[in-house]
Ligand binder design. Structure first.
Ligand SMILES: CC(=O)N[C@H]1[C@@H](OP(=O)(O)OP(=O)(O)OC[C@H]2O[C@@H](n3ccc(=O)[nH]c3=O)[C@H](O)[C@@H]2O)O[C@H](CO)[C@@H](O)[C@@H]1O
Ligand SMILES: C=C(OP(=O)(O)O)C(=O)O
Length: 423
């Protein structure tokens, strides 16, 4: 069977509404958290994504059952007694490392394959492991797997200072701490909305957590937790992607089912760029009505500008007259989209973690390759404004994190479709 590509024909103004799906980065830790209290869970607003399927496959390997019905998901972890997360799955998705904390905390042991290298940087898990060690876990490495064992009486509370506010390390350690004996303090914790969401979910399961959303999270361990009913929060990165789109295509997009409070830094940047925004309670209208301005942007942990929107804003800036500067501070190698954007005619140079974008008049279609999830989205956005038909290959990256992307863009007037790759 020939490979499937995405094709985008540029030059169509966008107009219409997009319904934002549940957040990938909230759904993944929420599913891992079901291993803390074995039983039946109901989730709503679940996005239909490759990564969500991968996490469900992993839960099933550990003994769980699940049933997806539209956006509703039923997960039964009553029989999920296994504690081995194998390389075949961890290799497909780094977020599988999120089962480590829950398993050691509840079952007292876990064996999780070491996630492999990733195109956006080294991405070690040392902070996850150091935190678990501080809670008494013995960690070793065996044949490429991390083997973690809790002391006989279980993990104990600890004071943990994260060297960097890592999102998944904060999530893993917060989950582990819910069942540890005594009090855990996580300092320099990540403040991302997905961390707050997970903390709230754990509290609704009976955990005693405070401070999630601030730099210091305090967790008082409890003896046991209970399953709960959970609604996944909207995906702020998917929302940001559609809000950026009119900067390239012209026109306007009404993004629905969003949390504007999760997008403050993004909205500030889009306003500065010259997009007209109308912000409602759960929806945001983004319109291009005047000339856009170049920007200086630095990615940063939340509430800063998200690294997961860096590639998309770069695509937009590539046709904005003047010089824009983008500094990537989170991942050391997250500029793989630059070469592909250059193939479309963008004028971008990279030195270390700094990209300088000199706006060109217009982009021209070319065959390009998706190199990672957000790079794929940036190529779709660039394709909307390029002359001709852009072919994007390796679209499995996109399927990890964007639900029904072609359908959603088509509905608002883009000419975009999937079909056998032609070049
Ligand atoms: C599933 C999920 O939620 N993924 C998100 C999460 O990834 P993830 O949680 O993997 O990202 P981190 O916040 O952990 O990574 C930030 C930085 O910390 C470094 N680091 C991290 C952990 C560690 O043990 N040691 C270490 O050095 C990483 O290499 C990176 O340079 O946050 C990233 C930063 O917002 C987002 O781009 C990802 O979309
Ligand atoms: C980098 C991302 O995801 P992950 O951490 O799952 O690789 C992302 O969502 O942009």
């Amino acid at each position: 069977m020939s490979e499937i590509c995405i094709f985008v024909e540029g030059g169509y103004r966008l107009s219409g509404e997009v319904e934002i799906s549940g957040a990938k980065n909230a759904a993944l830790p929420a599913l891992a958290a079901t291993l803390l209290a074995l039983g039946e869970y109901k989730f709503s607003n679940v996005p239909d994504l490759l990564d969500v399927n991968t996490m469900l496959e992993l839960l099933a390997l550990l003994g769980a059952r699940y049933q997806m019905n539209g956006r509703s998901l039923f997960v039964d972890t009553s029989q999920a007694e296994d504690t081995l997360a194998p390389y075949e799955i961890v290799n497909r998705m780094r977020a599988s490392v999120l089962v480590l904390g829950p398993l050691v905390a509840r079952a007292g042991k876990a064996r999780v394959a070491l996630p492999g290298g990733c195109p956006i940087g080294k991405r070690p898990i040392d902070l996850h492991l150091k935190g678990l060690e501080a809670m008494g876990a013995k960690i070793s490495s065996e044949h490429g797997d991390i083997v973690a064992k809790a002391p006989k009486r279980g993990l104990y509370g600890a004071e943990i200072n994260l060297d960097f506010p890592s999102v998944t390390a904060t999530e893993n350690l917060m989950m582990a701490a819910t069942l540890a004996r005594g009090k855990t303090i996580i300092r320099n914790a990540a403040k991302e909305p997905e961390v707050v969401f997970l903390g709230d979910m754990l509290c609704s399961m009976g955990a005693k957590i405070s401070g999630h959303g601030s730099e210091t999270i305090t967790v008082y361990g409890v003896k046991e937790l209970n399953p709960a009913e959970i609604e996944i929060i909207p995906d702020r990165i998917e929302a940001g992607t559609y809000l950026i789109a009119p900067a390239i295509s012209g026109g306007e997009v009404l993004v629905k089912n969003v949390r504007p409070d999760h997008l403050e830094s993004v909205l500030a940047v889009l306003k500065e760029m010259g997009l007209k925004l109308e912000v409602g309670e759960k929806e945001i209208l983004s319109r291009r009505s005047k000339k856009l301005k170049p920007l200086k942007i630095r990615t940063a942990p939340y509430p800063g500008f998200p690294t997961d929107l860096q590639a998309q804003i770069m695509a937009a800036l590539s046709t904005v007259k003047g010089t824009s500067v983008i500094v990537e501070t989170i991942f050391e190698d997250r500029f793989l989209h630059v070469d592909e954007l250059r193939r479309l005619g963008a004028d971008i140079t990279v030195e270390g973690r700094v990209a300088v974008v000199n706006g060109v008049k217009r982009l021209q279609a070319a065959p390009v390759k998706a190199t990672d999830l957000r790079a794929s989205a940036s190529l779709v956005l660039a394709g909307l404004g390029a002359e001709g038909i852009t072919q994007i290959s390796d679209i499995y990256h996109l399927k990890r994190g964007y639900e029904a992307l072609c359908e959603k863009f088509s509905k608002i007037g883009a000419k975009i479709w999937e079909g056998p790759c032609q070049l």
